[in-house]
Write a protein that binds this ligand. Structure first.
Ligand code: CA
Length: 219
C-alpha cells in the first residue's frame, strides 16, 4: 500500500485521517505546518500528499508549488468549498480536491483513484490468502482464478476499499449496487455468503451484529 503525507494543522482531523488510512493498510506521515511538511516530503518520499489549504504561516496554495516540483501527487483537503478555491487548487496542479467534512469511504476512494492515475498504485492486494487485482477484476487463490459475478465483484471491491471498517448493509447496498438501487438488505446477506464460500473467507469476512459486515485483513 502507499505512504501518505498528511499536512493538516487540526490535530483531531489529522488523527482521524491517519486512523482511517492505517486501517486500510496505508502508512502515514503527519505535518502541521509548511517547514516540517517539506522536510518530510523530501526525506521520506511519500506516494501522495493530503494538503490542507488553511495552514498557519505558508498556506496550502503556496506549499503545493514546491511539492509539485518534487513530482508528488497532491489532494487538497479543506473546509472551503467555493468554486474559486477549487479552480485555483486544480490550476496549481492538485490531482484532486475534497472538502471537509468528508466521509472516510470517499477519501479512500479518491486516494486510490489518484494513486492509480499517477502510477503509484501497488497493483495486487493480498487479503486472507486471496490475491485481488481490482483494476483487472482478477481474483486468484492458490494460483487458480476464481470466477465472480459482476455484482459479487462490486461488493468485494467496496469491502476491500473499506477493509477493517464496519460497513452497514445499507451502505454496502448504496456503494455496491448504486444509489438508486431499490433492493433489500437481504440481497447483501446472500452475496456475502457467496463471497465467503467462493473465497474461503468465513473467518475474515465478519458479521457485525445488527449492523453489517467487516472485512478483516489481520489474522
Ligand atoms: Ca487548517
Amino acid at each position: 500500500m502507499a505512504k501518505i503525507l498528511i499536512i493538516e494543522d487540526e490535530k483531531a482531523i489529522a488523527e482521524l485521517i491517519e486512523l482511517n488510512l492505517s486501517l486500510t493498510g496505508h502508512s502515514c506521515l503527519r505535518a502541521a505546518e509548511a517547514e516540517e511538511a517539506l522536510e518530510l516530503a523530501m526525506s521520506q518520499h511519500p506516494d501522495l500528499v493530503l494538503l490542507d489549504v488553511m495552514l498557519p504561516g505558508r498556506d496550502g496554495f503556496d506549499l503545493i508549488r514546491e511539492l509539485r516540483q518534487h513530482d508528488l501527487p497532491v489532494i487538497f483537503l479543506t473546509a472551503r468549498n467555493s468554486v474559486v478555491d477549487k479552480v485555483q487548487g486544480l490550476r496549481l496542479g492538485a490531482d484532486d480536491y475534497i472538502t471537509k467534512p468528508f466521509e472516510p469511504a470517499e477519501l479512500l476512494a479518491r486516494i486510490d483513484a489518484v494513486l492509480r492515475r499517477t502510477g503509484h498504485s501497488d497493483d495486487s492486494i493480498f487479503i486472507c490468502g486471496v490475491e485481488i487485482k481490482i483494476e483487472e477484476r482478477m481474483i486468484r487463490k492458490n494460483g487458480e482464478n476464481i470466477e465472480l459475478t459482476a455484482q459479487e465483484f462490486n461488493l468485494l471491491e467496496v469491502l476491500v476499499r473499506n477493509r477493517n471498517i464496519a460497513m452497514s448493509r445499507e451502505k454496502l447496498l448504496e456503494n455496491a449496487w448504486g444509489y438508486d438501487y431499490v433492493g433489500e438488505t437481504r440481497t447483501v446477506d446472500i452475496h456475502i455468503q457467496r463471497l465467503r464460500r467462493k473465497l474461503g473467507w468465513d473467518s475474515c469476512l465478519k458479521t457485525v451484529y445488527k449492523y453489517g459486515y467487516r472485512l478483516e485483513t489481520e489474522p
